[in-house]
Design a protein around this ligand. Structure first.
Ligand SMILES: C[S@@+](CC[C@H](N)C(=O)[O-])C[C@H]1O[C@@H](n2cnc3c(N)ncnc32)[C@H](O)[C@@H]1O
Ligand SMILES: C[S@@+](CC[C@H](N)C(=O)[O-])C[C@H]1O[C@@H](n2cnc3c(N)ncnc32)[C@H](O)[C@@H]1O
Ligand code: SF4
Length: 451
């Protein structure tokens, strides 16, 4: 039985182990081979500080007691060196400075980290280097210096163009500043500016959302990320909703908002390439694509996540790594041992395939046969999913497509990804377990010595 659960647009960008909550793209996927999987990685750098706490946010962020930018920079640099050495990658394919509010860092921090990377591995000038920017007056005034430091893509946290909503969300900017920042970023990096916008906000209606999005599309550049406002435990918003002070739109309303936004974006020439992401003129985010395509990534900074094979330590399995969350503790660890890795979990074959499946199905292109074969040379997509009754039902309903290109969601299926994934994961596990059972039986058969 396949039921709708929720929209897949909630904020899941990189997979957390065992917790799965949902056109045309540049061709770089096609050229990946198995050597690329271990020799290349993208790099994520987390800046953990913000000016204030937004009412809805439970990302890993802190309001600094004092300015320790200098020490944070030194430690980010040191951890980058350590993790590059452990991964033994030969090139970094994209860099993403996220947070927190990385536009609060000094531009020289960005330059120092990029120099550190290029001293150790290949970092071509053409590589995408993104900085997340809060559209405050300060954020806007430093954009040019960030470009000088090596940033060539900006991701601007606009969230809304309604000033009363921005205030309610606890943002540190207003709509005028957001518009000015978009214009300045576009002047500096034409075609490489993204905006984040949230829907499903209290009091928002489908009509007001459509008007707001249309207004944003008139002024924005070529990339838009849409996020459904999600209630997170421990946030002010969560408390207010629990206490009945604020009510959130129903699931039916947010589903309508999502579908309406997809249509509006399409009318404005944006192609959807992932559940939450839309691009014009092929201005896709290469960094985020590398997550969805199951490539290696190195996560540096407090709370950053990474996925790579630690070749420098003689490892053979890809590991899920998480860095220590709390900045002061992380700083001490980096000073003492060169990195602040808190957790390392080697991914078994099934777990790796689960991640490849969950992340890959978020893209409109889905998972093509060649891509799957890189991770699963023994069992192809048809062998795993072709005979499943649940999958057949999804195919019959037109929500899923399995053909000679590979496995992907249809337009209607993508909005239901969260309810489609469980059926796929169950089938994947069943087939992998069955196959390993089968080969174990075969091994036993051949090793029995007749009396
Ligand atoms: C964690 S923020 C970091 C970048 C920057 N500080 C900002 O706020 O724009 C990245 C994005 O996460 C999204 N986000 C954070 N909390 C969210 C929530 N509870 N629901 C939906 N999206 C959320 C916002 O759209 C935001 O742009
Ligand atoms: C919600 S997304 C927004 C991306 C944006 N829409 C774009 O197209 O560039 C970015 C956020 O995800 C989180 N994030 C991304 N990669 C991460 C990683 N490897 N480790 C930890 N957090 C990560 C960070 O909080 C970052 O601010
Ligand atoms: S500025 Fe961004 S990271 Fe900081 S609290 Fe707000 S949403 Fe979270």
């Amino acid at each position: 039985m396949i039921r709708r659960t929720s929209l897949p647009v909630r904020r899941v960008l990189f997979p957390s182990l065992r917790r799965f909550s949902g056109g045309e793209i540049a061709e770089d996927n096609e050229c990946a081979d198995s050597a690329d999987l271990t020799q290349q990685a993208s790099l994520y750098v987390h800046w953990p500080y913000c000016l204030r706490r937004c009412s809805y946010c439970n990302f890993n962020k802190y309001i600094p007691r004092e300015n320790n930018n200098h020490i944070m920079t030194e430690c980010l640099q040191r951890e980058t060196e350590t993790l590059l050495r452990l991964s033994q990658v030969s090139s970094i394919t994209s860099v993403f400075f996220g947070g927190g509010t990385p536009s609060l860092a000094h531009p020289s921090t960005i330059a120092v980290i990029l120099e550190t990377v290029s001293r150790r591995v290949n970092l071509s000038d053409k590589v995408e280097v993104t900085l997340e920017v809060n559209p405050t007056a300060l954020g806007m005034s430093t954009l040019e210096d960030f470009c000088q430091a090596g940033v060539n893509r900006f991701s601007i946290g606009v969230q809304s163009l309604q000033d009363d909503d921005l205030m309610f969300l606890g943002r540190d900017h207003n709509s005028h500043q957001a518009l000015e920042t978009i214009a300045e970023a576009q002047r500096l990096c034409p075609g490489r500016v993204s905006v984040d916008v949230m829907f499903g906000r209290p009091r928002q209606t489908v009509e007001s959302w459509e008007t707001e999005l249309t207004e944003l599309l008139r002024v924005c550049d070529d990339h838009v990320s849409l996020y459904q406002l999600t209630m997170e435990r421990g946030t002010q918003l969560f408390k207010k909703v629990q206490q009945g002070e604020v009510s959130m739109p129903t699931d039916d309303v947010t589903a309508e908002m999502y579908q309406c936004a997809r249509g509006t974006l399409r009318q404005h020439g944006f192609l959807q390439y992932e559940v939450s992401n839309f691009a014009r003129h092929n201005a896709v985010s290469h960094h985020n694509l590398s997550y969805w395509r199951g490539r290696q990534y190195i996560g540096v900074g407090p709370g950053a996540h990474g996925r790579f094979v630690p070749l420098g330590e003689g490892g053979v399995l890809r590991e899920a790594r998480t860095q220590t969350l709390e900045p002061d503790v992380w700083i001490r660890e980096v000073q003492q041992r060169g990195h602040g890795t808190r957790r390392r979990i080697p991914l078994r074959h099934l777990e790796l395939l689960e991640e490849v499946l969950v992340m890959g199905m978020r893209m409109t292109e889905g998972i093509n046969h060649k891509h799957w074969e890189l991770f699963s040379p023994q069992l192809c997509l048809h062998e795993i999913f072709g005979a499943s009754i649940d999958v057949q039902e999804l195919l019959r309903r037109g929500q899923l497509i399995l053909d000679d290109r590979g496995l992907r969601c249809s337009w209607s299926g993508l909005a239901l990804l969260d309810s489609i994934l469980p059926a796929l994961l169950v089938e994947l596990e069943a087939q992998i377990v069955q196959r390993s059972q089968h080969s174990a039986d075969k091994q036993t058969e051949t090793t029995i010595i007749p009396r």
